[in-house]
Design a protein around this ligand. Structure first.
Ligand code: SF4
Ligand SMILES: [Zn+2]
Length: 342
């Protein structure tokens, strides 16, 4: 067991005691959150729906977890399958007319401990039954993407399915020592092979600025990973700049001023470079952009840069990323040089 895993485990144990007591959990709202947004699908900007379902949560996040992830504190340890299906039904009601449905459960859609096979099938049946929906996207760790299970589930689907995998980086070293992801690139490649066999689209989630990397190293790792996941067969690449979530190793180091979330300029740089070198949609929907806990610039230009990132993501028009400027861009460039020297 590596040292970072032991450290994350201790932080997780404390976090679960602090944030997941029954009293605290009462205040956590309903069983799902849903909203509409724009996204990019088959060459067009389309109306997309997002449903975030509350389940038992990610098994890896509960026992140890990734250094930046605090989603487990929003999960419910005991979750009845019928409640998940009911929450899904209710969420769908507000999403009329969407073409692309993105379902998140802050864990793995195909982990039977989170969602039973019957629940998965019921959700797909309802989602694909809606005429306007052309593609459904879910997410999963690679260990749950097995041929026999997926084959059984997708048998009755005659529209597109896309599965997102939090690959984070193509570097096994960074994934293990900076992210503590608990799987390696071989596992990812095996999973992608299964998805390709079954004609399922692959969405690769990549992280921008895991712990212990300088800003420049983070940009380089994200660009390299973007190009490499494209080579592995990704049909869509989504970059997640790190945001500081409660009860994580990232938060622990951030509070000690030993970590800063990435600059939005770094996100722009990664999107520009990767999109010019791959032939699939490249996007980013940064969480907490412009906030101190999220990817941010100087405070003055954050809104404009964030809007440009979003516009680019839903149109794939690189024009949105050029001609952006602010006084802080020079500071960011200096940091890229100086951090390396230090
Ligand atoms: S990032 Fe994903 S795999 Fe890692 S702990 Fe969070 S939900 Fe689990
Ligand atoms: Zn600025």
């Amino acid at each position: 067991m590596n040292a970072i895993n032991e450290t994350v485990k201790k932080i997780r144990k404390k976090g679960i005691e602090k944030f997941c007591s029954p009293k605290r959990r009462d205040g956590h709202g309903g069983d799902a959150v849903s909203f509409k947004e724009k996204d990019y699908l088959a060459g067009n900007t389309v109306d997309a729906g997002v449903i975030i379902l509350k389940t038992r949560g990610c098994w890896w996040g509960r026992t140890s977890g990734c250094t930046m992830c605090g989603y487990i504190y929003d999960s419910s340890k005991e979750k009845r399958q019928e409640d998940i299906i009911n929450a899904f039904d209710t969420s769908l009601e507000g999403l009329e007319g969407i073409e692309y449905l993105k379902i998140f459960n802050s864990g793995s859609f195909f982990d039977p401990g989170e969602m039973s096979t019957d629940t998965v099938k019921a959700i797909f049946q309802k989602a694909y039954g809606i005429k306007s929906i052309r593609r459904v996207q879910v997410e999963s760790r690679p260990e749950f993407l097995k041929q026999d299970i997926l084959e059984d589930v997708v048998r009755s689907i005659d529209k597109e399915l896309e599965i997102g995998i939090g690959i984070e980086t193509t570097s096994d070293y960074i994934r293990e020592h900076c992210i503590n992801k608990g799987f390696n690139l071989r596992d990812v490649k095996d999973a992608i092979k299964v998805l390709k066999n079954l004609n399922i689209k692959v969405k690769a989630y990549l992280l921008i600025k895991p712990l212990f990397l300088t800003e420049k190293e983070a940009i380089e790792d994200a660009i390299k990973s973007g190009i490499e996941v494209y080579g592995l067969g990704a049909d869509r690449i989504s970059f997640n700049p790190v945001n500081v979530q409660r009860g994580t190793l990232v938060e622990y180091l951030w509070k000690r001023r030993e970590y800063r979330p990435p600059w939005l300029w770094s996100v722009v740089e990664v999107l520009k470079e990767v999109s010019s070198r791959v032939d699939v949609p490249v996007l980013s929907h940064p969480t907490a952009a412009g906030k101190i806990r999220g990817p941010h610039n100087c405070g003055e230009c954050d809104n404009q840069v964030y809007r440009s990132i979003k516009e680019f993501s839903v149109t794939q028009d690189a024009e949105f990323l050029i001609d952006l400027d602010c006084r802080c861009r020079r500071k960011w460039k200096k940091i890229l040089e100086l951090e390396q020297l230090l």
